[in-house]
Write a protein that binds this ligand. Structure first.
Ligand code: OOG
Ligand code: MG
Length: 267
């Protein structure tokens, strides 16, 4: 990836500080490409890596990764056509059915995803969905609360990668299952907001099979000289479009075979 780096080290640090400020103090900023129109995906990942380095230096613990923009519904909603990845830390994790505070988020949206917990390390390049399934301990349903730090939730790929794929909070729950007990490509899911169905889909919406998204993630990690460690919690990407939420809302994702996972929002 370093081949396409156009930003100086100084610019990378500057942009990382800008994104970190917006994430930790919850305010919207213009997308980074407004100031750096020549910014590349490699630049975006360089900012994301610097953000990860800073959080870890501050005592945050890396617990996993997420694939994003892996379904047509998500790509259409956000106007991009290439998947991306981001990192997950312990500070983003929330218990199932807990209350998510809105005052430390900008304009959150909720996604339903299949999450994988890994039992063996995976390395790219050349990682396949079969490799992913062999290295998976179990899968479980998850809700992701994304929160772009870019004003109006409008961005391009370079900017959203720098903003760690809009990662904000995540919740695993439901009924963990071994992958050999399921057909992961045909699982249906219904997403409800305040008891009403707001979206529905099937896991095949994620690149035909969610394990394909994890394989892609491992191969992107390899380009950055990283591997996916055993024990990682990995989200494969929103199956449907993301749903905006406000105080008082509750969200439930009901998955075929995997049970349901819920969350609610308070000011
Ligand atoms: C980027 C993050 C996308 C997903 O599951 O597709 C994502 C965004 O839409 O803000 O997490
Ligand atoms: Mg997501």
């Amino acid at each position: 990836m370093s081949a396409n780096l156009t930003l100086s080290r100084e610019d990378i640090v500057r942009l990382t500080e800008r994104v970190e400020g917006a994430q930790t103090r919850a305010y919207g900023i213009p997308k980074l490409t407004d100031e750096y129109p020549g910014m590349t995906m490699a630049d975006g990942y360089a900012v994301q890596a610097e953000l990860r380095r800073r959080f870890i230096a501050q005592g945050h613990r890396l617990v996993g990764w997420k694939a994003g923009l892996t379904s047509r519904a998500k790509m259409k909603q956000m106007g991009v056509d290439v998947p991306s990845i981001g990192f997950l830390t312990d500070r983003m994790a929330r218990p199932e059915n807990s209350a998510i505070t809105l005052s430390d988020l900008v304009h959150p949206r909720v996604e339903c995803e299949v999450a994988f917990v890994m039992k063996a390390e995976l390395k790219g390049p050349g990682c396949t969905a079969a490799d992913v399934l062999a290295a998976t301990d179990y899968v479980l349903p998850a809700l992701e609360i994304i929160d772009s730090r870019f004003s109006g939730f409008k961005f391009d790929l370079e900017s959203v990668v720098a903003d760690n794929g809009s990662s904000a909070r995540f919740v695993g729950g439901g009924r963990p299952r071994y992958v050999d007990e399921l057909d992961l490509s045909t699982l249906g899911v219904v997403l409800e907001k305040n008891g009403e169905i707001v979206a529905m889909g099937a896991s095949a919406a994620v690149m035909g099979h969610p394990a394909e998204a994890i394989a892609m993630l491992v191969n992107i990690l390899a380009e950055q000289g990283e591997t996916l460690p055993a024990g990682s919690f990995v989200m494969s990407g929103g199956i449907t479009e993301a749903i905006p939420v406000k105080a008082g809302d509750s969200m439930v994702a009901r998955f075929q075979e995997l049970g349901s996972v819920s969350i609610r929002f308070v000011p």
